[in-house]
Design a protein. Structure first.
Length: 331
């Protein structure tokens, strides 16, 4: 049996970035339904912070990381969509992408088209597939049509900049929020029809002004505690509140009865991993993403690069909201 040594980032307990440590681990052969992949680049995501801090509780010790790209080295029994030597990329459970080499389930790993670089592949899978399921699959009653208004919080972040471009391609009028004028300008450069600096403006009042008092069909919210309640006031009747993250902390419990007077609203809490539970669904979503990127309709913006050994610094920058676009870890 082949045993390979790999550098990997692990934590022994939940806590701050100081818990992240670079260690050496041993990697064996893939079992049935698994592959071994040697990474070329690794994606950084806010879910990594949730798992490190303990907001999402996972067994310890834990090797972090949810997405990466690389070259398949070996495939286990029953794996037919990948071969050794294939360029590949993934967003996948379980965590473990913060490493040089790993063995992992094959079902969420997709062949990476030659037209897309390893760095782009590593940066785009979790965030791009998230934008895909939000805009294509998490739609309000009656769906979304060209000209419809949607509100997207954290529009200058990794998911946000992809969503701005994707929404423009769909003909939607995306209203983006961000915490500075620079980030607002970035969102508009990438396709947001309007941008609101929530540090200076009341985003509820601005949304009502922009939509002529009607409100938006859907709010996409990864911020959580700080934006959830007021986002409900941005929705038109029968509108959809789609929560998909907790960057400012988890949303407080609320009484469903408030949704009636606000317009018989719908509320959903989405997660990517429900959408990619099958090989078929994962591939269908990835094909849509690959087409959008290869066609140039969506450009994946990588604004920060950190060496794997500097992962704690990367986490600090992400939590301090000092990042825009996508961040990758390099090997």
């Amino acid at each position: 049996m082949t045993v390979i040594t790999s550098k990997a980032v692990t934590i022994d307990q939940h806590g701050g970035p100081e818990e992240l440590k670079l260690v050496e681990v041993q990697v064996g052969e893939p079992g049935p339904g698994e592959i071994r992949i040697r990474h070329k680049a690794i994606g950084l995501n806010y879910i990594d912070v949730y798992q490190r801090s303990g907001l999402y509780q996972l067994p310890m010790p834990l090797q972090l990381g949810m997405e990466a790209s690389g070259v398949v080295e070996a495939v286990g029994q029953g794996v037919t969509h990948l071969r050794p030597g294939d360029r590949a990329a993934y967003a996948s459970q379980p965590p473990g992408s913060y490493c040089e080499v790993r063995v992992m389930p094959a079902k969420c790993v997709c062949k990476l088209p030659d037209a897309i670089s390893f760095e782009t592949g590593a940066a785009m899978m979790l965030k791009g597939l998230t934008a895909q399921y939000l805009l294509r699959r998490t739609q309000p009653q009656g769906g979304l049509k060209a000209g419809d208004f949607v509100l997207f919080h954290a529009a200058a972040g990794g998911v946000g900049l992809i969503a701005c471009q994707w929404a423009r391609a769909m003909g939607l009028q995306l209203i983006g929020t961000a915490g500075s004028d620079e980030k607002c300008a970035l969102a508009q450069e990438h396709g947001a029809a309007f941008a609101i600096n929530y540090a200076k403006e009341d985003f509820v009042a601005r949304v009502k002004e922009i939509t002529g008092g009607a409100g938006v069909k859907v709010v996409y919210d990864s911020v959580g505690k700080d934006t959830f309640e007021r986002s409900l006031d941005c929705l038109r009747p029968f509108g959809l509140m789609a929560s998909f993250g907790n960057a400012s902390g988890p949303v407080a419990p609320f009484a469903p009865g408030i949704l009636g007077p606000k317009g018989s609203l719908y509320v959903t809490r989405q997660t990517l991993f429900t959408h990619i539970t099958t090989r078929e669904s994962t591939q269908e979503m990835a094909d849509d993403l690959f087409e959008m990127v290869a066609s140039g309709q969506v450009v994946i913006r990588i604004d920060q690069r950190f060496a794997l050994a500097d992962v704690a610094e990367a986490h600090r920058a992400l939590e301090a909201r000092k990042t825009t676009g996508c961040t990758i870890l390099t090997l």
